[in-house]
Design a protein around this ligand. Structure first.
Ligand code: SF4
Length: 266
């Protein structure tokens, strides 16, 4: 499928670099994923589906306190015990079954070894994960990127919204269309994908709200091709007269020199 991008390759890459370096300067490294072991990342990725991270984190903490952050113990626990432990994450029955599905897959396809699973080519593992009930592309890619160090960008709703508003793709772009643009224009570095995704989520949470974005306070405001103006009915954007696109020097300055990952985007 052809990506829904609006610019040529070099301009797209430049735009991504500007956005990345500006967000990193503004917010600093995000330190994702907040987990101690890979199984914890995977459980967190499942538990955070359709809920705020704080709820998922509470469920993970309960699993840890119960000594369940272990493949064998999780697999042998009763479904009702698992449901009870992860209850704070919401949709706990469905999520308990998804965790079970994943553990069964890990056992049958990779002998219960995450090391074996992540030694398998990423595309193959992704296809296998997507075949499991309860795992969509966002969760599968979060597992692959954050637990496996595989280069799959998590093109979630935050990433798609922020970058669509900066004309990287159309607002109607699908998950796979957005991911394809990112994969084509970013260097294949899992560290970069990790940090960039986390920064886009932060921008989405702080400023790029779904209904009414707070562009006037957002560090990405200088890169808007059109000034976004929220309509009074809050149903979407209207576009006022396009302003000149300004540079980033006044906002980020020497901080850019300290950016750990900027060189990836050269
Ligand atoms: S809030 Fe405005 S400036 Fe910030 S990312 Fe969203 S559209 Fe861009």
């Amino acid at each position: 499928m052809r990506p829904a991008t609006n610019g040529n390759e070099s301009e797209t890459r430049r735009q991504l670099r500007r956005i990345y370096t500006t967000l990193l300067a503004a917010f600093g490294p995000q330190g994702w994923w907040p987990a101690r072991i890979r199984l914890e990342v995977i459980l967190g990725a499942i538990l955070t589906q359709n809920t705020a991270w704080k709820n998922a984190a509470l469920a993970v903490r309960r699993l840890r306190q119960a000594g369940m952050l272990n493949h064998e113990k999780l697999s042998s626990a009763s479904l009702s015990k698992l449901e009870s432990l992860i209850r704070p994450a919401g949709f706990f029955r469905q999520k308990a079954r998804t965790i079970r599905n994943f553990l069964r897959y890990l056992e049958t396809s990779h002998g219960g070894s995450l090391r074996a699973m992540f030694s398998t080519p990423g595309e193959k593992v992704r296809r296998e994960l997507l075949a499991l009930k309860g795992l969509g592309p966002e969760t599968a890619d979060a597992i692959l990127l954050y637990a496996g160090g595989k280069t799959f960008f998590v093109a979630d709703a935050y990433s798609r919204r922020v970058l669509a508003r900066h004309d990287l793709w159309k607002p109607t772009a699908t998950y796979s269309e957005a991911q394809q643009v990112l994969h084509e224009h970013l260097p294949g570095s899992h560290a970069l994908f990790n940090e960039f995704h986390a920064l886009l989520v932060e921008a989405g949470k702080r400023y790029c709200k779904r209904e009414v974005p707070r562009c006037e306070a957002c560090p990405l405001e200088p890169f808007l091709n059109h000034r976004h103006v929220a309509r009074p009915d809050h149903k979407g954007f209207a576009f006022a007269k396009p302003p000149a696109v300004s540079g980033v020097s006044g906002r980020v300055g020497p901080t850019l020199k300290r950016m750990e990952l900027s060189h990836h985007l050269g």
